[in-house]
Design a protein around this ligand. Structure first.
Ligand code: ATP
Ligand code: MG
Length: 366
């Protein structure tokens, strides 16, 4: 499974660009700062997920002065070609995603899979719980569209309940209806997340052991905010009890204090929590998690997802870099860099500034 060509028009800083000869192996987008390298990765991400990884507001990605951004890609799998088409407009605001000319209602079922790695992800293991939850939510929705639907419903109820809590007069009946739903969706999300983490843990540990020369064990555990693990029904009941006992606190703070949006993933290295880790251990854990996510997808769907690495190699020391380089020999990779790369094996190089300027018919970069 790989992206064999793509085009972007009125997308970010691209007026009209086509790349018709992507490699099924490693593709390098090289060029100076602000040339549009990350924009190209974003375009690839749009083609695989229908959304951006940089903004929730698609309009930001429409080229300044234009009103409609249009991306197209052709994916290839076992000689079977699929045309992916994503377009969105500023005014009026609209968006359309098509696969082989058929409009898609659900963006969670596109033919390409992608795993993204940006420098911020190096804080994944030690950063805030929000970062980890987002990562987990994103990773599970990719493989289990049902999870994405539940998450969408949870967010709707969460938003509606927040509006109620912020109102001056809280209707107790309405609040209890919302609490029932928050408890139900939270239990479902927690169930999916626990299962995913349970399966991810040995893969992440395997990578971490390797990266640490066999010296360190990485353990993952889902941490419910409503107590100990249990069956889905037990978790739902526990959430509901907590919601009821925290009703006054939620009303006085005007915030949703209880639910799956407060859960986390506990990570330990040789039994130690993150406050004891060194900088290097933090990075190793992050790499292990991200590459475990990729390996998980590989085992689940039987092929490697696209790997998008934004400026990551320059952040890594020799040992971690060689781990990443070994991994990128599997599946299709897109990576951005400002530097010249001399030790990454075979790859196809795209000079981003040149690509951009040539296609716009302006002076090539030199
Ligand atoms: N909607 C837009 N319309 C026009 N240009 C845009 C838009 N959004 C971003 N840009 C331009 O894209 C450029 C940044 O592109 P990008 O982030 O891809 O750079 P980069 O090559 O990854 O740089 P770096 O090496 O610094 O990460 C900026 O010059 C910015 O002004
Ligand atoms: Mg960039």
């Amino acid at each position: 499974m790989f992206l064999n060509s793509m085009s972007a028009s009125n997308f970010r800083n691209y007026e009209a660009s086509v790349i018709s000869d992507l490699s099924p192996g490693v593709n390098v987008f090289a060029g100076p700062n602000a040339a549009g390298k990350t924009n190209l990765l974003e375009a690839v991400y749009y083609l695989s997920r229908g959304i951006s990884f940089r903004t929730r507001n698609d309009r930001e990605a429409v080229r300044t002065g234009a009103f409609r951004a249009h991306l197209q890609g052709v994916s290839e799998y076992e000689n079977h070609l699929t045309l992916i088409d994503v377009a969105f407009t500023t005014e009026p605001r609209s968006k359309r995603v098509e696969i082989n000319d058929v409009r898609q209602k659900n963006l969670l079922e596109l033919p390409l899979y992608a795993v993204l790695f940006v420098p911020d992800d190096l804080n994944l293991a030690r950063g805030g719980a929000l970062l980890r939850r987002r990562w987990i939510d994103n990773a599970i929705s990719l493989l289990r569209p049902k999870y994405g639907e539940i998450l969408g419903r949870f967010r709707q109820v969460y938003d509606a309940k927040t509006v109620i809590l912020k109102g001056r007069i809280v209707n107790p009946h309405l609040l209890s209806v919302y609490n029932e739903q928050i408890a139900r969706y939270s239990a479902e999300l927690a169930w999916y997340r626990s299962l995913w983490i349970e399966k991810l843990a040995p893969i992440a540990n395997e990578f971490h052991l390797r990266l640490s020369g066999g010296a360190e064990t990485l353990s993952l555990e889902y941490k419910l905010s409503c107590g100990e693990p249990g069956s889905r029904e037990e978790i739902r009941e526990r959430y509901l009890e907590r919601l009821n006992s925290h009703e006054t606190a939620e009303i006085s703070s005007a915030r949703c204090l209880i639910g799956a949006h407060k859960d986390d993933m506990l990570i330990t290295i040789n039994g130690d929590r993150e406050q004891y880790w060194s900088q290097g251990q933090t990075r190793t854990a992050a790499l292990s998690l991200k590459f475990a996510e990729r390996e998980f997808i590989h085992r689940d769907i039987g092929r490697y997802p696209l790997l998008l690495l934004d400026d990551v190699l320059s952040e890594l020391d020799a040992e971690r870099k060689s781990f990443v380089l070994e991994k990128i020999s599997e599946g299709q990779t897109f990576l951005t860099t400002c530097e010249t790369l001399d030790d990454i094996g075979e790859y196809k190089l795209f000079h981003v500034k040149q690509l951009h300027s040539d296609l716009q018919g302006t002076k090539p970069y030199n």
